[in-house]
Design a protein around this ligand. Structure first.
Ligand code: NAD
Ligand code: AHE
Ligand code: ZN
Length: 368
């Protein structure tokens, strides 16, 4: 079949909307009509050329929601008409990683996904007979996409696609880092570095679990108002204080119990670790840093009890947890609408990247 898709031909170049050929689903695969997709900073990161797994030409996008239009042979858990959110972190429930119950990082299809291919090592997308790479197993910047059954979460049918698409990455990553990865307890002091599409969801998660001080840190002063609505109790612009680590330590009587880096800046990652409390502080890296970037600190920081950790997709097991997060939204327990500051047609997708770069948007959503 044919589908309209925004194609990334080369790193650093704008996407172009094209008519693309899409092969039907093979064994264990599902054809999905994408109804809406968010634009995440990670799409921009890969487009920029900084992603060691970035392959071109490709169809980016990993924050979508849509409807199943066809299933391939051996698909058991989904059928035509089901509403779904594609998962860049699948959940096969059979691999060593899933069975461990210690991680959400299902590895069933990770190697082919990282090479921009379906599990049989081929692509379903092509243009003029030349294959295009898939991206993160999702490629939601295409009106129709094919994904493995294990990489689709079935969601309730009354949930609006143009809002719950954001649960496909940003919402789950932010809330999940607090709830599933860090397991922040009521009364804890939390510091959040970077108040964008992810950081504001960390703030929202921290409020949900009853954190005490929720300190937001961002160089963009425009982020303060929205962060306060989501539960931030204190705001610090690092450009307004001599030392951001000292500022957080003073506010929290010795350091934050938990900190979250939601930027992808290795210098900030160090600050986020060092502002946590001696003896028990835990710092969770969410931000994605470019190929070649490395983190550093004095080992003494770890010897004296601070822990450096990371979180992918908020530690969420997608097929199990994503439908629950959709329920939280539908029950009014979380706010998604306020964070979607811009909606665009596919033809304007490059404007969405521009709005992110300029700091004007929190989330832009493309509606097909
Ligand atoms: P975003 O662009 O919406 O937000 C980034 C925020 O950081 C902005 O508000 C910006 O003003 C702020 N910022 C930039 N430099 C700063 C600095 N030096 N100090 C303080 N604040 C600073 O991006 P996003 O969509 O929220 O994504 C954030 C990061 O999380 C990206 O690196 C993205 O790739 C990553 N990410 C990771 C996962 C995961 O599973 N680990 C999932 C989604 C996104
Ligand atoms: N290819 C990148 C990896 C980037 C990365 O860390 N991705 C996150 C999700 S970001 C979503 O916005 C992730 O889930 N990582 C775990 C994994 O298995 O990829 C690089 O830098 O190499
Ligand atoms: Zn993302």
């Amino acid at each position: 079949m044919k589908t309209r898709a925004a194609v990334a031909w080369k790193a650093g170049e704008p996407l172009t909307v094209e008519e693309v050929d899409l092969e039907g689903p093979k064994s264990g695969e599902v054809l999905v009509e994408i109804k809406a997709t968010g634009i995440c900073h990670t799409d921009y990161y890969t487009l920029s050329g900084a992603d060691p797994e970035g392959l071109f030409p490709t169809i980016l996008g990993h924050e979508g929601a849509g409807i199943v239009v066809d299933v391939g042979p051996n698909v058991k858990s989904l059928r035509k008409g089901d509403h779904v959110i594609p998962l860049y972190t699948p959940e096969c429930r059979e691999c060593k990683f899933c069975l461990s119950q210690k991680t959400n990082l299902c590895q069933a299809i990770r190697s082919t996904q990282g090479r921009g291919l379906m599990p049989d090592s081929t692509s379903r997308f092509s243009i003029d007979g030349k294959p295009l790479f898939h991206y993160m197993g999702t490629s939601t910047f295409s009106n129709y996409t094919v994904a493995p059954e294990i990489a689709l979460a079935k969601i309730r049918e009354d949930a609006p696609f143009d809002k719950v698409c954001y649960i496909g990455c940003g919402v789950t990553t932010g809330l999940g880092a607090v709830i599933y990865t860090a397991k922040v307890e009521a009364g804890a002091n939390v510091a959040v570095f970077g108040l964008g599409g992810i950081g504001l969801n960390v703030i929202q998660g921290a409020r949900m679990v009853g954190a005490d001080k929720i300190i937001g840190i961002d160089i963009n002063p425009e982020r303060e108002a929205m962060a306060r609505i989501f539960g931030m109790t204190h705001f610090i612009n690092p450009n307004d204080v001599p030392n951001i680590v000292d500022a957080v330590v003073q506010l929290t009587d010795g350091g934050a119990d938990y900190s979250f880096e939601c930027i992808g800046n290795t210098k900030v990652m160090r600050q986020a670790l060092e502002c946590t409390h001696k003896g028990w502080g835990r710092s969770i890296i969410i931000g994605v840093a470019e190929a070649g970037a490395e983190i550093s600190t004095r080992p003494f920081q770890l010897v004296t009890g601070r822990k450096w950790e990371g979180s992918a997709f908020g530690g969420a097991r997608g097929r199990t947890d994503v439908p629950k997060i959709v329920d939280w939204y539908m029950e009014g327990k979380i706010d998604i609408d306020s964070l979607i500051t811009h909606t665009l047609p596919l033809d304007k997708i490059n404007d969405g990247f521009q709005l992110m770069k300029s700091g004007e948007s929190i989330r832009s959503v493309v509606i097909y």
